[in-house]
Ligand binder design. Sequence first.
Ligand code: UCC
Length: 556
Amino acid sequence: MSFLQAAPVLSNQYLDDRVLRSYLRRVLPRTMLGAIEPDLTDLGEYAANAWALARTRERSEPKLTQWDVWGERVDRIELTPAWLAAQPLAARHGLIAAGHEATHGTHARVHQFALVYLFHCASEFYTCPLAMTDGAATALKASGNQRLIDRALPHFLSRDPEQFWICGQWMTENAGGSDVAPTETVAHEENGRWRLYGRKWFTSAINAQAALALARPAGAPAGSDALALFYLEPRKPDGRWRNITIDRLKDKLGTRELPTAEIHLDGAPAELVGEPKFGVRQIAPMLNITRTWNAVGALATMRRCIALVRDFGNRRIVFGKPLAEQALFQDTLAGMQAEYEAAFHLVFFVTELLGRVQCGQADESQQSLLRLLTPLAKLWTGKLAVAIASETCECIGGVGYLEDSGIPQLLRDAQVWPIWEGASNVQALDFQRALRSAGGLQSLLSAQRTILSQVQASELEPCARAVRMAATAIAEWLQKASAGERHRMEAGGRELAFGLARTFALALLARHAEWALRAENDPRPGAAARRFAEHRLLRLKPDGLRDATMLASDSY
Ligand code: UCC
């Protein structure tokens, strides 16, 4: 028999996750961790088995049938096996409920997002509708619309698969995704009932039982302030659509298991969520929740990639020894691990803040911090997941480029993280919006100093120094940039956002490393922190603004 390469294998994705488990031991009360661990272990097992199972069966995608054999328009969508399995699983494990229940108080969001992180890759993007459902529950609560809260939340937050509903988010139209001001969908009030007319260009998880949609009340002025937020239940109890047609399912680079549709609304009945304007402000709580899910999903992608590469490194022999024993492979993996580990601590810190804010236990500066860090976490992790997925293909080599290895799918799927829920530049601009409204940079820098003050070990001093130097450089840059022309400051917005995300993440990773050294005598987070500190934290142009000549459109 000639040589055969053994495929990478995943073991229980919770039990095997040193980073998650160490973090949970630090932040959660011991009794709570004991109570939730069986569930985490179950999902970790599900994730490992789902990876193995997916390698043995044909890939499947949702299918749209628009007409039945008798000529009736039916717009029936068949879902994939993973999606059919995910629905009851998500309800039973409380993937939405856990984030809203009072059982674990301020830790509810850490608990929920640990579940999401374990479930994401196995779910084949069923986490997309879960994210939107969580966001819709949060937006409806914030709206104070008691009728809709009583109607929808018992479904969105149910742990009973029979009762559980998912919810869509219908914003994007042909004229704009980032900018919703040109929205063309019109809402008419007819016989005391609102009906929507128009076209939505991207509607993710069109099989959802509910949706939140932006539309312009008839006669309202142009612009985004005049848009209103509506709640819909798109189908009748017998499954037929309520004046909605599904034009087609999108042919996407990745997330192909997720039924993303282009639809027409031809008088779809809807209910106003709040006043008939300021719909963007009303849907904003949803955006911040889905962006947090996005960051957790991106993190899950990184973790999956690294787990596969690490296992492959032990199985693959080159130049007479396993890859895992070769210095350059070790260094490549170490670089990926350090980036992932820093990102992990930033994202889960955001979930801690979210839990505190929603329980009313966050002071003003923590609320500002959450507002500032959410777009930063979304922006940085989205890009990082693509880089790590790309490196994963390369680490696994030729087979990593072959579809049936499952590795290219990781890369194609990862490319969605920096795009949907607001592309990277939208996040950078949102961060600048938040800087203007959330008390400036001070809450972020002062939280960073407090975190850093907990880092005492001499072996972590290079990390603390790197954070202090970067913070000084950022503050100086902002001072120069805000004194200059606004569009040139805006042009540095990406670098500002990446730099702040990476610097804050290093402070958090170093603090965890300090705890791991003292409480568990574990030097590994410290090694990751030092390695991350060696990577470049900032790309900001030190003397301030971008070159105006290069920004001018006629310079090409
Ligand atoms: O992609 C989509 C579906 C995919 C689902 C994936 C789920 C994740 C899966 C995870 C799995 C693990 S749906 C499409 C998503 N689309 C977007 O994200 C839109 C991107 N564009 C933006 O975010 C823009 O910044 C806009 C649309 C928000 C800009 O709108 P405006 O109206 O021009 O912006 P304004 O005037 O600055 O903001 C209007 C109000 C202001 O409040 P007031 O009126 O009180 O001054 C803002 O402060 O909204 C407030 N606001 C916010 N508040 C705007 N953004 C935010 C925010 N992020 N947080 C709080």
